[in-house]
Design a protein around this ligand. Structure first.
Ligand code: GDP
Ligand code: IMO
Ligand code: MG
Length: 429
C-alpha cells in the first residue's frame, strides 16, 4: 500500500481537520508528520466542535490508529490538555494513539524564547503562535533537542537542565523580557509523567511494517504550503516542511511509497500572522468574508486576514506538492456574494507573473482578477453536488480547468455531513 497525504495549499486553516475526519473511515492509520501545537484542526459532528492541536484528526473514529510522527514537536502540557478534553467522549485514546520516540519536545523555555524573540522583532514579528515551534526546531537542527525517547532515560532530568541552562543564557540577551520559569516547570514535568502512560514507538518501523501488511495510511499535514520553511513566504513561515516531502522525513516513508496527494484550499483565501498575501482584501469585502466564514484562529483566536483565491499561488502549491486531487472548502461562505473574484496573474511593475515569485516579499505585487458570477443561495443544506447551483458548479469547473487537477470534494459547512463528493469530473476527463 501507499501512503496518501492530505495537506493545506494556502496559509493554513483550510479545513484539514474536517476532511481528515471525513476520510478516516477509509484508512487504518492517520499520521501527523510535522508541526505541533501551532496547529488547530477543527472537527464538527453531532453538534459538537472539537479542536485538535497535536493529536491526529482520526482520533474520534473507532478502530483507527493515530500516529504522532518523528517530524512533530510536542508540548506535553498542551498535549495533556487535549487528552483531557477527549475524556467526556469516552475515547479510548490509549489504545488508539502512538507517539514516535523521535518526536521532539517543546520545553517551557522554548516558549519563552519564542515570546522573547517575537517581542524583540517589534513590527517585523512573524506573528508566531507563541507555542515555541521555532526554537524547538532550531534545537532539533542544532542537535541539542530532547526527544520523546529521552523521557525514559535515567538522566532525563540532567539533559533537561542542561538544555534549560543554555536557554537561560540565550534569554539574557533579551534585556526587557521578564519571566518566571518555576511556574511553568512543575506542570511540564507532571505532563511528562503522563506522557509515559502512552505508547512510544519506533514509528518509522511501525509505519513501514503497516504499509507492507497492506494497511492504509493517511498523512495529515499541518499549517499550509505557503508557511513551509523552504517554499513559503520566508521568513513569515513556520519552521517545518509542510509540503508532501515533509511526509517522507516526518514519518520515515520513502518517496516511492507516496500515493494520492489531496491538496485542500478554501474557496477564497486567508492568512493569520504577518507576511505577504497578494490577494488580501483590507476593505468591507474582506470584512464580510471574515464574518461569514468566522475567520478567527482555532489556536490563538486572532482574526484571520481574508482575500480572494489566487491561481498563481495555488498552482505553485500544487506543483510543489504534486497534488493529485483537491478539496475546495467553505464554498458556503461565498453564498451571499454577487461576484466572486479570482486572481489569474500578478503584475510587478509592467511585468506579468503567472507564478509565485521570490520578490513577493519586497515589491508591490498587483493581483489581476477575473470576475465570476456568484450563486447567491444557501448551499449548506445540499446533499449532492448534482443539486448545487449552476454558478457553483461553474466556479468549480473554472478552477479545475485552470489548476488542471480535479476537485473531488466541495465542502459547504463545518459539519462532517456538509461534504459533497465530486467524483464525476467532466472538465479534465
Ligand atoms: P485546519 O487547521 O486546516 O484544520 O482548519 P481550522 O480548523 O483551523 O479552520 C477551519 C474552520 O472552518 C473551522 O472552524 C472549521 O470548523 C470550519 N470549516 C471547515 N469546513 C468548512 C466549510 O465547508 N464551511 C464552513 N462554513 N466552515 C468550515
Ligand atoms: P493549522 O495546522 C494558520 C502561522 C502563524 C505565523 C507563522 C509562524 O491549523 O493550519 P509558528 O507558531 O509556527 O512559529 O508561527 O505560521 N501558523 C499558522 N497559521 N494555521 C496554522 O496551523 C498555523 N501554524 C502556524 O500564524 O504566521
Ligand atoms: Mg487551523
Amino acid at each position: 500500500m501507499k501512503v496518501d497525504v492530505l495537506l493545506g495549499l494556502q496559509w493554513g486553516d483550510e479545513g484539514k481537520g474536517k476532511i481528515v475526519d471525513v476520510l478516516t473511515p477509509k484508512y487504518d492509520i492517520i499520521a501527523r508528520f510535522q508541526g505541533g501545537p501551532n496547529a488547530g484542526h477543527t472537527l464538527e459532528f453531532n453538534g459538537i466542535k472539537h479542536v485538535l492541536h497535536t493529536i491526529p484528526s482520526g482520533i474520534f473514529r473507532d478502530g483507527v490508529m493515530n500516529l504522532i510522527g518523528n517530524g512533530v514537536v510536542i508540548d506535553p502540557v498542551i498535549f495533556q490538555g487535549e487528552l483531557d478534553k477527549l475524556e467526556p467522549f469516552n475515547i479510548d485514546y490509549k489504545s488508539r494513539l502512538l507517539i514516535s520516540k523521535k518526536a521532539h519536545l517543546i520545553l517551557p523555555t522554548h516558549r519563552l524564547l519564542d515570546a522573547a524573540s517575537e517581542a524583540a522583532k517589534g513590527k517585523d514579528k512573524i506573528g508566531s503562535t507563541l507555542k515555541g515551534i521555532g526554537p524547538t526546531y532550531m534545537d532539533k537542527t542544532g542537535r541539542n533537542g530532547l526527544r520523546v525517547g529521552d523521557i525514559y532515560s535515567p538522566n532525563f532530568k540532567e539533559k533537561y537542565k542542561a538544555l534549560v541552562e543554555k536557554h537561560k543564557q540565550m534569554l539574557k540577551r533579551y534585556k526587557d523580557f521578564n519571566y518566571d520559569l518555576s511556574e511553568l516547570e512543575g506542570p511540564w514535568m507532571a505532563a511528562i509523567e503522563l506522557l509515559k502512560e502512552l505508547e512510544a514507538v519506533d514509528s518509522e518501523q511501525y509505519i513501514n511494517d503497516a504499509i507492507k501488511a497492506g494497511k492504509k495510511v493517511l498523512a495529515e499535514g499541518a499549517q499550509g504550503t505557503m508557511l513551509d520553511i523552504d517554499f513559503g513566504t520566508y521568513p513569515f513561515v513556520t519552521s517545518s516542511n509542510t509540503v508532501t516531502a515533509g511526509t517522507c522525513t516526518g514519518l520515515g516513508v520513502a518517496p516511492t511509497k507516496i500515493g494520492n496527494v489531496i491538496g485542500i484550499f478554501k474557496a477564497y483565501c486567508t492568512r493569520v500572522g504577518s507576511g505577504p498575501f497578494p490577494t488580501e482584501l483590507e476593505d468591507e469585502v474582506g470584512e464580510k468574508i471574515r464574518k461569514e466564514g468566522s475567520e478567527f484562529g482555532a489556536t490563538t483566536g486572532r482574526p484571520r486576514r481574508c482575500g480572494w483565491v489566487d491561481l498563481p499561488q495555488l498552482k505553485y502549491a500544487i506543483m510543489i506538492n504534486g497534488a493529485s486531487e483537491l478539496s475546495m472548502m467553505k464554498a458556503d461562505v461565498l453564498d451571499n456574494f454577487d461576484t466572486i473574484r479570482v486572481c489569474t496573474h500578478y503584475l510587478i511593475g509592467e511585468e506579468r507573473y503567472d507564478y509565485f515569485p521570490y520578490d513577493v516579499n519586497d515589491v508591490e505585487v498587483v493581483p489581476v482578477y477575473e470576475d465570476i458570477k456568484g450563486w447567491n443561495c444557501d448551499t449548506t443544506k445540499l446533499t449532492s453536488i448534482n443539486e448545487a447551483p449552476a454558478e457553483l458548479k461553474a466556479y468549480v469547473e473554472y478552477l479545475e480547468r485552470n489548476l488542471e487537477v480535479p476537485i473531488t470534494v466541495v465542502s459547504v459547512g463545518p459539519d462532517r455531513t456538509q461534504t459533497l463528493e465530486n467524483k464525476e469530473n467532466k472538465v479534465l476527463a
